[in-house]
Design a binder for this molecule. Structure first.
Ligand code: ATP
Ligand code: MG
Length: 429
């Protein structure tokens, strides 16, 4: 196939007959976010490369291997966003949002770009719903953001998602943990992958996360962060667990969750599904108390997470969760002859202005073909306009399910009368 009719590897199209599935999920995300007091933030699809190097962390897989980075004609290095937090944090700083009262609660629904090996649940262009809560160090906020994710999953009817939580400490307790990790992994140096050898000095916590089987096996015996937490981190973690219990949210503590991005501190968590194979992490996030400072701002403890919409839809499909299909066309008006077509066009506009969907012929088909099309789109009512109807200024609207016909005047009352007709039919149906 010619290149121009083939999409780029690792990207997907959402076709008109499928998009309602996305819209449904996105609507629920927006509604739940609103209930929790989060407002949408939209940031550019590309940013200065330096933002991600600093914000996401230059020892991470994302920055080292997965970014779409290119030089602009002006010679600037820019990168397509691999995640949503860095851009949101940049916007917070650029617009001094912290002066507008804390906390700042924002959510985003965006595309992200990572140069990864495409497979089920792993794309190069994918979509995330994410939330950011800036300016709070309280464990209540940790429980709040987790509750929001949980509410979304509940509303979508998703079952059997496990919430796994961990604390990865703070700059106070992390150095001791890192030293213990260096010692442990150092003793297995000869069996580590090249990447891990590099990271051993710079960021040994990354080794716990390595997906290379031999490293993964060694990581199973690594020291647990939970034995190294300082008093403050431990107390924080206890409070998070307490509030999750109050919210009735079940969780499991998993000390091997360290998250792939460098900015995390204290709480980290994942919602994992067994239903879709190895790419089972639907949602991941945590606290990033040092991020804003790292980007040159004030100390502003913050937290958030992102969920992958493609993976979420995969789980829903796998669990047979039905997504309500969109309403079909309410009224199809077929016209026979030029004058009837003009009248049809006028009536269709009238119906649409009442907020109902109406369609007519835009192809130039004969009556039979028009009615076939009305059938194909599942129109709930149809109306045929011919010379007689125009003369009498009245026509019969046909309920396509029951066959019942109702005569309506073709004047300015038409749309309103049709609206009540279809309303009573939908009550009966
Ligand atoms: P993974 O370990 O699966 O690579 P990650 O830790 O890199 O995930 P995050 O950066 O935390 O993922 O992103 C949050 C969520 O975004 C993930 O839990 C997942 O649902 C989704 N996600 C991440 N990368 C991809 C991708 N390449 N394709 C589809 N969804 C993705
Ligand atoms: Mg990844």
């Amino acid at each position: 196939m010619a290149v121009i009719t083939k999409k780029i590897k690792g990207t997907e199209d959402v076709l008109p007959k499928q998009s309602y599935r996305w819209q449904f999920v996105e609507r629920i995300m927006r509604e739940e976010a609103r209930c929790f007091g989060f407002k949408e933030i939209r940031t550019p699809v590309f940013e200065h490369t330096e933002l991600f190097a600093r914000g996401v962390g230059d020892t991470t897989d994302v920055v080292q291997k997965e970014m779409y980075t290119f030089d602009t004609k002006g010679g600037e290095s820019v990168t397509l966003r691999p995640e949503g937090t860095a851009g949101a944090a940049r916007a917070l700083l650029e617009h001094s949002l912290a002066n507008e009262g804390l906390p700042i609660k924002a959510y985003y629904l965006t595309s992200c770009y990572r140069y990864e090996k495409p497979q089920a649940g792993r794309l190069r262009e994918f979509h995330q719903f994410g939330v950011e809560e800036y300016g709070t160090s309280s464990p209540v906020a940790d429980a709040e953001v987790i509750s929001l994710a949980d509410s979304i999953f509940r509303r979508l009817g998703i079952e059997k998602l496990h919430l796994e939580i961990n604390s990865i400490g703070c700059p106070e307790c992390r150095p001791k943990f890192n030293a213990a990790l260096k010692e442990y992994f150092g003793a297995h140096r000869d069996k580590l992958c090249g990447n891990c050898l590099n990271r051993l000095e710079k960021n040994p916590m990354r080794l716990i996360d390595c997906k290379v089987p031999s490293c993964h096996e060694i990581a199973q015996g690594a020291p647990s962060i939970l034995d190294f937490l300082c008093e403050e981190c431990e107390a924080h973690f206890e409070q998070v667990k307490k509030y999750l219990a109050v919210a009735g949210i079940e969780y499991k503590v998993n000390p091997t969750i360290v998250r792939g991005l460098d900015y995390y501190t204290k709480t980290v968590f994942e919602f994992v599904s067994d239903a879709i194979g190895s790419q089972g992490t639907i949602c991941g996030g945590g606290r990033y108390d040092g991020l804003i400072e790292q980007l040159g701002g004030q100390h502003l403890p913050s937290l958030g997470y992102a969920m992958g919409i493609e993976r979420l839809l995969m789980v829903m499909e796998n669990q047979g969760i039905e997504i309500p299909a969109p309403e079909p066309c309410a009224l199809y008006i077929a016209g026979l002859g030029d004058a009837a077509q003009v009248k049809a066009f006028e009536l269709i506009a009238q119906v649409r202005s009442c907020g109902l969907s109406a369609e007519g012929d835009v192809v130039g088909r004969g009556l039979r073909a028009q009615m076939k099309y009305a059938d194909k789109i599942g129109a709930r009512f149809s109306l045929v306009l011919g010379d007689n109807e125009l003369e009498e200024n009245r026509a019969k609207v046909k309920n396509m399910t029951t066959g019942e016909q109702t005569e309506l005047a073709l004047d300015e009352s038409f749309a309103e009368n049709f609206a009540s007709l279809q309303l009573s039919a939908s009550f009966e149906g």
